[in-house]
Design a protein around this ligand. Structure first.
Ligand code: XBP
Ligand code: MG
Length: 258
């Protein structure tokens, strides 16, 4: 007999709800560098390496310390980072307002089904809060912010993923135990964070994370699947299902909490 009931789903944003990194965040960082006359361009390959560090401000500092050095940077670069990052957020949210980045397959379907079945929803992400609202409102409509009990994002916690702080924050805000929830992630840093909070975690990989280590994931998939487009199982047991729906999630939850 199971000890708990599945009550909530907690979603990462970047890479999980939408494939935002390569054609969204990266493009916005480059636009901010151009705006400030900084002679940097983060190409697709370099950006993949920079994703090792989460958080845009932290990623810019990591780029200086481990990749491009101080050459051609303003002397006050370190102090400029928050301002540069605010410009990047402006470019990113503007890009999202054009509808440039859609949700990943199965995401909207799952959110709607979960709401209809009375499951609670939450977000636990490293990205800036404005980026979450821009993505949700431009893909799901203005009301969609209200679908989520808590949107835990960005600097709301001191330590970003792989630290578990953002998941601990979301669980506390919902007054739920990890055994009552499932987490959805796309990256190694993400699953380290969700596991730190003892959350059973389902992974949907993307181009940047397909070779990541997902040790301990309940299920690793190429995407959430749609009725006319089955997901591909990369690791774990999907119980013969071809898309993520509440029935499959209940099976996964019950197995991990037996
Ligand atoms: C997302 C991040 C963020 C975004 C950029 O990680 O690491 O830093 O790349 O957004 P996760 P900001 O998907 O694990 O939450 O520039 O707003 O930080
Ligand atoms: Mg992610």
């Amino acid at each position: 007999m199971k000890n708990t009931t599945l009550k909530a789903l907690i979603f990462d944003v970047d890479g999980t709800l939408a494939d935002t990194e390569r054609d969204g965040h990266r493009v916005a960082f480059n636009a901010a560098f151009d705006e400030y006359g900084i002679d940097w361009h983060w190409d697709v390959e370099l950006y993949g390496k920079l994703l090792g560090v989460t958080g845009g401000k932290e990623r810019m500092r990591y780029c200086v310390s481990d990749f491009l050095g101080n050459d051609n940077l303003p002397e006050d670069f370190d102090e400029l980072v928050p301002e540069l990052h605010a410009a990047k957020t402006r470019h990113y949210t503007k890009l999202l307002s054009t509808g440039a980045i859609p949700l990943r397959p199965g995401v909207e379907r799952l959110l709607n089904e979960a709401r209809n079945k009375g499951l609670r929803l939450a977000v636990a992400t490293t990205t800036t809060p404005e980026n979450v609202s821009a993505l949700l409102t431009h893909t799901l409509g203005e009301d969609s912010m209200g679908w989520f009990d808590v949107i835990a994002a960005g600097d709301i916690v001191p330590a970003k993923k792989p630290a578990g702080d953002i998941y601990h924050y979301a669980l506390k805000a919902m007054n739920l135990k990890p055994q009552e929830c499932l987490a959805f992630e796309d990256s190694h840093n993400g699953i380290l964070a969700s596991h730190d909070a003892d959350l059973t975690t389902i992974i949907t990989v993307n181009g940047y994370t397909q070779d990541d280590d997902f040790d301990g994931a309940a299920l690793v998939l190429d995407n959430m699947g749609e009725p006319d487009h089955a997901f591909r199982v990369l690791a774990g047991d999907a119980y013969g299902h071809s898309m993520i729906d509440c029935e499959l999630l209940t099976k996964i939850h019950d197995k991990h909490n037996a």
